[in-house]
Design a protein around this ligand. Sequence first.
Ligand code: CTP
Length: 405
Amino acid sequence: MDIFSGKRIVLGVTGSIAAYKSAALASLLAKSGAQVDTILTEAASKLISPMTFSSVTGRKAYLDEDLWKQDDHVLHIHLGENNQAFLIAPASANTIAKLAQGLADNLLTLTALASRTQIAIAPAMDGGMYSHPAIQANLALLRERGVHIWGPAAGHLASGLSGKGRMLEPELLAGHLRQLLGREGMLKGKKVVVTAGGTQEPIDPVRVISNRSSGKQGYAIAQAALDAGADVVLISGPVSLLSPVGANIVQVTTAAEMADAVLAETEAADLLIMAAAVADYRPLQPADQKIKKDREGLQTLKLERTEDILLHVAARKEESGVGPAFVVGFAAETENLLENARAKLEKKGLDLIAANDVSGQDTGIGADLNQVLLIWRDGQTKDLGSLPKFEIARALIKEAASLFT
Ligand code: CTP
């Protein structure tokens, strides 16, 4: 189940042109299983219709006039009490000022005062307005009161100018909401280090040895750990994926850089999940200049072994006690899955190993699905079957979290 599943979210929409992007946000949240109650201010309703929101959420989108209807005479109280998150996106300069002053002259600001959950706002306005001392003072006051302020971002603005004032994109706002909803989760207060993607080992300045890893599984694990409330460090090889909101990203290229990053980040970590496809060999002597094709005959490339990062982590823990409390590894196998994975778990001192069969076309490296068998140190196993990588990540994080209990 997604973290948004069954969660009630109040989405306030105010009079900034970014209001049209809020419909995409409402749609994204609804598709993830959230019950989204939208409240539009009068200015917002001039920019976008309530019907757009009710169409994508399948729920009513409220206007000020609903406050004066007889069927729910305390609508603002009901909306304010029954939600797990309250986000105003976009939050205009005017609404920010009203929130700072505690004004309650429309359904949205009334509901904000009645809300039992902390409010989050995504400011959106022209850059010159955003930097105005009055706005900055209002934002400082709201921040002091515990309001979450997400964005704005810098970039092109509706005025045609560039500057800081753009509402964060819907995917980023959804990422912030995930983090907010997950903060009391099973891994609250735990530092979780996740590695993802493949490494690249240089042959010359333009060529590398790499593998087909897309990073999807590792990124999904980082997101699932964030959803469970963990402090996440994501050590990533070169991949083209959006970083999960809230993760501290460490970008690396080679196996040696990944080893340095893992050793540094796991000194005081609670859990390491090594999902990266680390190169086992690298060119012995990468050429300083681009290798030309004027050489005749067969060419050979001499390779040397890279360091096994998990073995190093285990050895350091054995010698000095420094290292993560628990370690989860992966085993990418094309044959003898159970036997090979058990041997890796033993050799690398793991608590849990996710064995995946990478021989199929539709699962494993680069694919959207993964086929995973979990194996514990005591010999216990659990077959997760073939699932989307995010489902695998959620199941893995659930099992990893129960290592702590
Ligand atoms: N791993 C590592 N350091 C390496 C290579 C792999 O820490 N230099 C980690 C991987 O991230 C994974 C686990 O070890 O969690 C197993 O990786 P895998 O590629 O399945 O096996 P290898 O140990 O590389 O052995 P082989 O390639 O012979 O199967």
